[in-house]
Design a protein around this ligand. Structure first.
Ligand SMILES: NC(=O)c1ccc[n+]([C@@H]2O[C@H](COP(=O)([O-])OP(=O)(O)OC[C@H]3O[C@@H](n4cnc5c(N)ncnc54)[C@H](OP(=O)(O)O)[C@@H]3O)[C@@H](O)[C@H]2O)c1
Length: 247
């Protein structure tokens, strides 16, 4: 099966291209580095020719509110139009658990806009909403850095390993379109600050991690339901302890 991976050079995308290729599929990474720009539309028609499936794991270079919204609206609109023209029969996109529950987070609003375009297009689709990657915990910690302390929320958190996301996406890409959304998360749920403290400790970072119920997540308050799946979810097998041992 020919599968185009938009954002196929990124963290998730490069792992997904490798996984699908190992499984015998023709997995083709497409991104500005290979002359494919979903925001301008450059190279999309050529990249999608003959493909059955497109998986969108691209990400905006800027998370500034207007820029990230513009990125996901333009890239998703261009992709879906090009997929329709090319006869692609399945669009798979990676989104985030709880995007619709925190409208104060600009990045989440942009992902909701992406999801809305996908749902209103004629291309059959599967939206996979994942929780935060273990690989992203260090970057999240830095958003709470105040002097020699890391101040982060105490709300429940359920991050997942990128490799588990990739396993799920690889299955979704070769499966039937759900024409719906599925949530995926890590195996363990615990307070946000506990995950961050474990990540920092494992990397030898001696800064103290302070859990503050009023601390914000990317500019917005969060509660126990903001970032964790609210209903049925597929749970990746890798826990943080196992992931840290390999990181
Ligand atoms: N971080 C999290 O915890 C989390 C949780 C759930 C879901 N997600 C979602 O996961 C997805 C992938 O994230 P990631 O961390 O793997 O991304 P990443 O490592 O930042 O990679 C971004 C990819 O997007 C490509 N790209 C940038 N501009 C593009 C354009 N104009 N057209 C086509 N491709 C473009 C980049 O290509 P070049 O290399 O050519 O620049 C790169 O391949 C994102 O959509 C994000 O919303 C993230």
């Amino acid at each position: 099966m020919k599968i185009i991976v938009i954002g196929g050079t990124g963290l998730i995308g490069s792992k997904l291209v490798a996984k699908l290729s190992q499984q015998g599929h023709e997995a083709v990474p497409a991104s500005p580095r290979s002359g494919v720009n979903a925001v301008t539309g450059e190279g999309l028609a050529t990249a999608l020719a003959g493909a059955q499936v497109a998986v969108d794991v691209s990400n905006s270079p800027s998370w500034e509110p207007a820029a990230v919204l513009d990125f996901f609206e333009r890239s998703t609109g261009n992709l879906l139009a090009a997929e329709t023209a090319a006869g692609v029969t399945h669009h798979v996109a990676l989104s985030i658990v709880g995007t619709d529950r925190s409208p104060d987070i600009a990045y989440f609003r942009a992902k909701v806009a992406q999801e809305t375009l996908i749902k209103s297009s004629r291309v059959p689709y599967t939206i996979v909403r994942a929780t935060q990657f273990f690989e992203f915990l260090s970057a999240i910690a830095e958003t709470g850095a105040i002097g020699n302390r890391i101040v982060v929320p105490t709300a429940m958190f359920q991050p997942i390993a990128a490799d588990d996301i990739v396993d799920y996406l690889a299955g979704a890409a070769v499966g039937q379109p759900l024409n719906g959304t599925v949530d995926i998360a890590g195996p363990d749920k615990a307070p946000f600050n506990e995950f961050i403290a474990r990540r920092l400790k494992a990397s030898g970072d001696s800064r103290s991690v302070i859990g503050d119920p009023t601390a914000q997540y990317y500019g917005a308050p969060i509660d126990d339901d903001s970032l964790t799946p609210s209903g049925t979810a597929w749970l990746g097998p890798t826990d943080l302890k196992t992931w840290l041992a390999k990181a």
